[in-house]
Ligand binder design. Structure first.
Ligand code: UDX
Ligand code: ADP
Length: 472
């Protein structure tokens, strides 16, 4: 770290551990905006790094609108992707930790707590390799007070190297990652409230300040920052579960959930965003973070708090399962041997990420009913769909391949189908030739729109039997 006359640290070399959906885009944008800083993104996953380095920038492993342009500009100039984790740690003055923190699948806290093993391994690796003082930045979403554990590991490296830990949670949403990174509502930086802590905060502020107005850079203590990320995700997911809960009531009462959302969203205290009823939220964050929040609350014996947030997950699971039940009931109580076409597998549009996508759970439930599911998604590869289904371990993996077929053309997917289910809100679905699709389907031809994407009038005029979320 070079010291400037005002005691400010000048950062010239950054490394990021984890080249995933957060680390990859975030570091690419930092490198684009700070051409004088060397940014190295490292990962133990060789294939992922190979894909980030693919000479054809279209082959980078993450699909995000605008990302290829950013990578094209910075890669090889000051942005590097590598598997040499030790070297990057050694050279960097500031190290972002952006590894995955999935829900634990074993032991204490199984199914609830965040698995911090990758975080701890990263901290231990830094402790082993570092020979100079470093600022460590938590990018991954972490339980409140994780920085304490990281600090404990680092401070016991026995080498006299000094570390400052910052919490800098990422609020980007997939599909709009680049836009969110270039123009964020806020950037949150939590650090120790000491002289060295404040200097570390200032060093990170100095980076973001290059393109983000200073008033959007919020600084707090470490614990507020860690907990704010969990809280933000819990509040966002809660809005979706709230409108989804109302969607079921709408279906019973001839109210229209979109009209209700518009009516309440016009109240500036409520606001109109994140009120879209759906087949259920997915993604790597919402479920994981709420389960983690519930686990933390229970560990402090705050059972009412835990129960309150757990309900968000209960409604989300219910929303997925009532969608698949609706399909079975509508198809005369049996889908055995029937072809159900899925349009969409990703957890939202404009991403190839499928983690916790509602499509996985709906497919699993329908296959359990012996349906033949044929899936078309414009960005998700078939191998990923099978991996997602296999992960649920509901049946033999060969049976998954028999019962789920991947189509690379939407018309082929829908041909001869008894029903179509819309699982992702890809815009291109709206532009299809729905008359042709109708003509080529079994009759009665059903559409189950899990995203309220398609025009009901248009579909019913063509002849489809149409079901949408929260509409009678
Ligand atoms: C979320 C947060 O938005 C982001 O701030 C955080 O950093 C990571 O988690 P992400 O999961 O990428 O981002 O996408 P988001 O746009 O929040 O959507 C999550 C899920 O909710 C998707 O399945 C989406 O389809 C669904 N959703 C979203 C709805 O069903 N209705 C809505 O109104 C909004
Ligand atoms: P996110 O959506 O939070 O970015 P991802 O799972 O997409 O999560 O990315 C996390 C990345 O972190 C993965 O590519 C994984 O291989 C990488 N990773 C996990 N542990 C380590 C480690 N100890 N060293 C380097 N990379 C790691």
């Amino acid at each position: 770290m070079k010291s400037e006359n005002t005691n400010k640290m000048k950062i010239t070399n950054i490394c990021c551990i984890g080249a995933g959906y957060v680390g990859g885009p975030t570091m690419s944008v930092i490198a684009q905006k700070c051409p004088d800083i060397k940014v190295t993104v490292v990962d133990i996953n060789e294939n992922r790094i190979k894909a980030w380095n693919d000479p054809n920038v279209e082959n980078i492993p993450i699909y995000e609108p605008g990302l290829t342009e950013v990578v094209k500009e910075a890669r090889g100039r000051n942005l590097f992707f590598s598997t040499d984790v030790d070297k990057a740690i050694d050279e960097a003055e500031m190290i972002f930790i952006s590894v995955n923190t999935p829900t634990k699948t074993y032991g204490i806290g199984k199914g609830m707590a965040a698995d911090l093993k990758y975080i701890e391994l990263s901290a231990r690796q830094i402790a082993r390799v570092a020979t100079s003082d470093k600022i460590i930045v938590e990018k991954s979403t972490l339980p409140v007070r994780t920085a304490e554990a990281i600090k404990n590991i680092l401070d016991n490296s026995g080498k006299g190297v000094k570390f400052q830990i910052l919490s800098n949670p990422e609020f980007l949403a997939e599909g709009t990652a680049v836009e969110n990174l270039l123009n964020p509502d806020r950037v949150l930086i939590g650090g120790e409230q000491t002289k060295d802590g404040r200097a570390a905060i200032e060093a990170l502020v100095g980076i973001y300040q290059r393109w983000i107005p200073k008033e959007r850079l919020l600084t707090t203590n470490v614990w507020s920052s860690e907990l704010s990320k969990l809280t933000a995700n819990a509040f966002l997911a809660q809005r979706i579960s709230s409108i989804n809960a109302m969607s079921e009531l709408c279906e019973m009462t001839e109210a229209d959930v979109e009209e209700v959302a518009r009516a309440i969203g016009a109240d500036s205290r409520i606001g109109s965003r994140f009120l879209k009823a759906s087949v259920g939220f997915g993604g790597s964050c919402f479920q994981k973070d709420i389960l983690n929040l519930v686990y933390i609350a229970r560990s402090y014996n705050l059972h009412e708090v835990a129960d309150y947030w757990e309900q968000v997950i209960i409604i989300n699971n219910h929303q997925r399962s009532r969608f698949s039940k609706k399909i079975v009931q509508s198809l005369f109580n049996t889908v055995s041997g029937k072809k159900i076409a899925f349009l969409g597998w990703a957890f939202k549009k404009e991403t190839n990420d499928t983690r916790e996508s509602a499509a996985i759970y709906v497919a699993d439930a329908l296959i359990e009913e012996q349906a033949n599911v044929v899936v078309y998604d414009p960005k998700v590869k078939g191998e990923q769909m099978y991996a997602d289904l296999d992960y649920l371990a509901s049946r033999d993996i060969d049976e998954n391949r028999n019962k789920l077929i991947v189509a690379d053309d939407p018309y082929a997917a829908c041909k001869d189908a008894h029903a179509i289910a819309i699982l992702t809100e890809w815009d291109e679905f709206k532009t299809y030739d729905w008359k042709r699709i109708y003509k080529e389907m079994q009759k009665p031809a059903f559409v189950f729109d899990g995203r309220n994407l398609l025009d009901k009038e248009m579909l019913t005029e063509i002849g489809f039997v149409h079901y949408a979320i929260g509409k009678s």
